[in-house]
Structure formats: structure tokens, C-alpha cells
Design a protein around this ligand. Sequence first.
Ligand code: SF4
Length: 364
Amino acid sequence: MFKSVAMLPGMASDLLNVLVDKAFRREAPSRSEALELLSDSHDVLQVVAAGSRVRQAHFGKRVKLNTIVNMKSGLCPEDCGYCSQRLGSASDVLKYSWIAPEKAAEVARQAVEAGVKRVCLVASGRGPGDRDITRIEHTIAAIKQDSPLVEVCVCLGLLADGQAERLAAAGAHAYSHNLNTSESRYAEICSTHTFADRTDTLRRATAAGLSPCSGAIFGMGETDDDIVDLATDLRALDPDSVPVNFLIPFEGTPLGGRWELTPDRCLRILALMRFYFPDVEVRLAGGREIHLRGLQPMALHLANSIFLGDYLTSEGQPGADDRQMIADAGFVIEGADEQSLPEARHDLVAIRRRGAGTNLPANA
Ligand code: SF4
């Protein structure tokens, strides 16, 4: 017996057409639309194809490369349940105190030579002290001396008064602070700080002129409703970039051994994030290799940005394999001189950070 035309996998459903149209108007999905997308009532190929229309309209075939420099690893006093660096973690990860600015600049330079456009300086801990901000100021200066065009994103935890302003003045482009999971279940994954602490820091960073970067970790027991709540709260913060992590279940952490994601589920989550953030950098982040596995190239049709190299405490796919994957899937690496975000998301007033009064050449 033949399937009806409406059921054929080659046909986009009404829901998918509605979501694409809404995304082009920068409207978020309704809750019921989002929940339907996450369910298995639509063929995943069609879900990816629909999200891809939005991705390509705003970002073409470009893939932005980012890399992480772990400035200080392990021994954190916070207790985030997903984190191998948490208080009491029995994970056998690298533990070290602050690396020197020159060492960070060397790592950054190698990454830039490999095509990376954004360097993310990350340190474990609840938040930085003022001496830590000074270290990061020196590190940004060292990186910019070698690679003036690279975007530097800083991720140091909760910010206190004046710290975001210092980072912006030092030349940081962005501040990253993930919401991680929905507000209603935040206390289940962390007891030492709150969801509100996190949104407060992101607002401080935005107010200081830093480009806000905030995303999530999926695969921690969240329901579809939690995912929709999280996407809604993230959208209210109006981030410029949204990292999408899939739990790396480190042994020695409370979430060790938790393997609840499938490639199909990851693709639906990524598509949902694309519909919530149509013209925002959706970044494929930690856990992509182990959860998407052979379907990683399909994720490039939804995300326009990926991390290259290793993560904070675990190793990623070799950079050469990532570059080959991007080329094989028909995408191109975004150049340093190309604008990442669509024009509509750009503030037309760009604060001068080159020429007189700086160490950078003037815009001659
Ligand atoms: S996520 Fe950050 S704050 Fe939480 S335990 Fe890990 S390093 Fe500490």
C-alpha cells in the first residue's frame, strides 16, 4: 500500500514551512511548534533541510572556526554536575593554575594559522578576582600583538562590578557565560550559584559593550519543555552567539555515564536552536563528535560555527579532519575579513580600537 503524498519524506510539512517563514521574520516558534519539532513526528532529514534554509539565508556556506584556550584547569570550588573541573571531581583531567599570557598567545597564533577566527579564553572558578582580570588584559594584549584581527572571547564565570568594562577596554570582543539548562531545573545541576547569577553576568557583559555569548548543554536529563524554556530565556538575553553543547559524560562527575542523546535528537535540538536564533551564530560545541558521530556533517547545515581543536578537558577531533569534513560537506571556512553576523545584528557605531592611542595600525 502506498503512503499518502503528505507522508512522503521528500515533502516539507506545514509546521516546517511555518517555522522557516517565522525565522525569516525573526519570530520565535510557539511552544507547541517547538515541542512538535522536538518530537519524532517529522522526518529528521526534513527538519534539517528546513533549518538549513534559514542557516543558508543568513550565513551562506560559511563555517566560522573557534578555539578554546583553557587558561586555568580544574580545582574549581563550584559544583556544576556536568563539569570535570568541579569541586570533588574524581575525573583524571589536567589541573593547573594560570598559564602565562605568552603561552596563551602561542596557542592562539597556531589556531589562527589553522583558520580560527575567535579565541575563547576560559578559566575554571566561580568568577575572576581583579588580579585575574589583569592577567587576562595582558593575555589579550599578547594575542592581539600576534593576531590583531582575531576575536577574543572571555569566559571567567560570574563577573563583579567593573570587570566587564575592564575586559572591553582591554580589547575583548565577547563574553561567554552559558545558561546550561532551564531555570526550573538549574538547582539540580548546580547548588553553588543560581540561574539568576548567570543571567546577571551576561547582562553585565552586554551592558559593557561585550558581544554576549550564551548557550546550553543538552543530554542532562532535560525534558522537551525544559529545552523550550531554556531557548526562550536565552532568546530574551539576545545573544550574538549560542554554543550548543552535548554532555560529555566524564566518569568521576555526577553525570558520568549518562548517554541519553542520539544523533537524531542532537539534530532536532540544533534545528530548534536555529529557529530560535535564525540570524545568530549557532555554534556546534562540546560533545559533537561522540553524540553526532557519523552525522556531524549534517549538523553543519544548521550550525554556522564550530570549535576546532580540543575542549576544556577532553580532546576533540583532529583539526585536519574537521577542515576536511567542512570541505566534503560543501562548506567553506569563514575568512578573518568576513563579517560573521548579518548586517541587521550589527551596531553601526563601532568603537575605535586601532590607530592613535592603541598599538594597532590605523585604518589607512
Ligand atoms: S562549569 Fe565552571 S564554575 Fe562550574 S564547576 Fe566547571 S569550571 Fe567551575
